[in-house]
Design a protein around this ligand. Structure first.
Ligand code: ARG
Length: 590
């Protein structure tokens, strides 16, 4: 209904001009939208509060102004007669004829009324980004799930999305690991498939312990990093084996989550560009030497204590940093990927780091002003004790186990439901349903939260059939499919000339909600908040259920019957599309 809001605004603008001359609009209308969605549904669908703002300038009471606006306003084709409320608010309610017509257009549109962007942008999304030789953890899971959903929405709106996996594949961890493996398992450095990732993570931990307590080991590790980074063939071979090992493990998770088109460009990818980055920062006059390290000091980086936190781009030992790599990546994404927008889906703990690299990249001219760079931060995943999610023994939760567990629990739920209903279902059916529900539930539980706050991981909550959960949404979809099965209805054959007639409240409420999809998707894309879409779908399912409980569909007389079938169909298609944009698949039966 975004275009609807635009046309209402136009009509109000015209009314204002003809009532008070165009000076008024130029001052007021350019800043804010004259018409906004109603703050409370009991006021109607939209409202215009401008009479209050204009009162001072026009030296008239808001009510007088509102009266004059209405005298000059022509919206009878869209709205019922407007009313003035309180000191001078103008309330608008859509005509049900108008809603019906608008929805008829949605019905015959495979995009459900959501327009494609007139000017497609190139959007680079930095997401997932686990670290080689370490366990992929719930933070990476969140980045993957949120990043994927934002990618899908932006793509659907007609833009070109490049999903980039900024894997941590180049840092001090390899020095430690190679040095340690050379002692305890040298074959792993030369022969493929010698160790699996579980062992690798264990080795990594042991290596870290050694690194922290053994000076000599530390020195040798540092030398090993330098050797690797300077291109030593043996080191590179070992490094590649270790990366392959981790990569296979990550891929398993991506397969379960159905993540495609994620391009791996690890930190190592930018290695050849780092010298140049430092050189260009020097040329731009941004670098200061501090105890042998090269740093950018900017007032913007002042901490709470008033001290400037430097952005270090070259360490005392000559090595480059996480920040240097990110600067190279920012520039590469502008020059090579022609990014118009870059979105970083990274935990909130890295906000300062990102603020630094974004600022430095701007100042150095790596990112021109017209290119937008945004951090989409997210909070922690907590266990039911309110602390960072851990296994009972205090270890990082393995994602594979976490996802498998969700599917197992979904399976138990489904089996007990099938038994209770006395149904018999095939093994294949049970497996399909429990996978879709289990994985869908994990994704939805994450996406439905305001991502900035921490969220508590609970299998029971996410798998519940009631409430703001994936199964609830999936079930609403199944319900509609049930109607079509029961009535032998093929929604595709309802006829392009079939009409919508809205009489009952529940029908009107549902219809209006269906018309808001474009607005919601637009806001998910601009604010990077998939929870908006979840909330929209949740309310849609609720409104549909009220409609379904109050309005007979298959037993209604024509033309009501067809009209209601169309409402059912559009609802189902909206849920299917919406869930798909969240990365969740629907089932025809469950
Ligand atoms: N590998 C990093 C981590 O696990 C995340 C990288 C995020 N992306 C970036 N461009 N810095 O914390």
């Amino acid at each position: 209904m975004k275009s609807l809001l635009d046309s209402l605004n136009n009509r109000f603008e015209k009314a204002l001009i003809s009532a008070f001359g165009d000076g008024v609009v130029a001052k007021n209308g350019s800043k804010e939208s004259l018409v906004v969605p109603a703050s409370n549904p009991s006021f109607g669908d939209f409202q215009c509060n401008s009479s209050l703002a204009l009162s001072k300038e026009l030296k008239q009471s808001p009510r007088q102004i509102a009266d004059k606006i209405l005298e000059h306003l022509d919206i009878s084709d869209i709205c019922e007669t407007p009313t003035i409320a309180g000191p001078g608010f103008i309330n608008l309610s859509l005509k049900s004829d108008f809603i019906a017509k608008a929805l008829e257009q949605v019905k015959s549109d495979s995009r459900l009324g959501v327009p494609k962007a007139a000017k497609p942008k190139n959007v680079v999304i930095d997401m997932s980004s686990p670290n080689i030789a370490k366990q992929m953890h719930v933070g990476h899971l969140r980045s993957t799930i949120i990043g994927e959903s934002i990618s899908r929405v932006i793509e659907f709106l007609g833009h070109k999305v490049l999903r980039v996996n900024h894997v941590g594949d180049w840092g001090t961890q390899f020095g430690m690991l190679i040095t340690y493996l050379a002692e305890v398992c040298p074959e792993a450095l030369t022969t493929a498939d010698h160790i699996d990732i579980g062992d690798l993570v264990t080795f990594y931990k042991q290596a870290k312990v050694r690194f922290d307590e053994d000076e000599d080991f530390k020195t040798r590790s540092r030398q090993a990093v330098v050797k690797l980074q300077s291109g030593d063939a043996g080191s590179l071979h070992a490094w590649k084996l270790l990366c392959d090992q981790s990569r296979r493990e990550f891929q398993e998770i991506y397969d379960i989550l159905n993540i495609e088109n994620l391009i791996e460009r690890g930190e190592s990818f930018y290695n050849p560009m780092l010298e140049q980055v430092v050189e260009d920062l020097t040329k731009a006059g941004l670098l200061t030497e501090d105890q042998g390290a090269l740093c950018v000091f900017l007032d913007e980086f002042k901490g709470k204590d008033g001290k400037i936190q430097p952005c270090i781009v070259r360490k005392t030992d000559g090595g480059f940093n996480y920040a240097t790599t990110d600067l190279a990546a920012l520039r590469y994404r502008v020059t090579h990927d022609k990014a118009d927008q870059m979105i970083y889906v990274i935990d909130v703990g890295q906000s300062e780091h990102l603020k630094q690299v974004f600022t430095v990249a701007r100042k150095a001219g790596f990112v021109p002003p017209e290119v937008e760079v945004v951090h989409v931060p997210f909070g922690l995943v907590l266990g039911d004790d309110g602390k960072k999610l851990k296994t009972r023994s205090g270890e990082t939760v393995r994602l594979k186990e976490l996802l498998d567990e969700a599917v197992l629990k979904a399976r138990a739920d489904i089996e007990s439901r099938i038994d209770a209903e006395g149904r018999t279902e095939t093994e294949q059916f049970k497996e399909e349903v429990s996978t879709a529900v289990g994985i869908g539930a994990v994704k939805y539980a994450d996406l439905s939260q305001n991502r900035i706050t921490n969220y508590m991981f609970s299998y029971d909550k996410m798998l519940a059939l009631q409430g703001n959960t994936a199964p609830y949404m999936m079930y609403a979809y199944v319900r509609v499919q049930g109607i079509s099965r029961k009535g032998g209805i093929d929604f595709l054959k309802l006829g392009s000339d079939a009409h919508i007639v809205l009489k009952e409240d529940a029908e009107v409420v549902l219809a209006k909600h269906l018309l808001q999809l474009d607005e919601v998707l637009e806001s998910v894309a601009t604010e990077g908040m998939p929870n908006r879409l979840c909330q929209y779908l949740f309310e849609l399912s609720q409104k549909f259920n009220v409609f379904y409980d109050n309005c007979p569909v298959l037993n209604a007389e024509e033309p009501t019957r067809t009209s209601r079938l169309i409402l059912c169909d559009i609802t189902a298609r909206t849920i299917k599309l919406g869930l798909n944009l969240l990365g969740i698949s629907v089932l025809e039966r469950m």
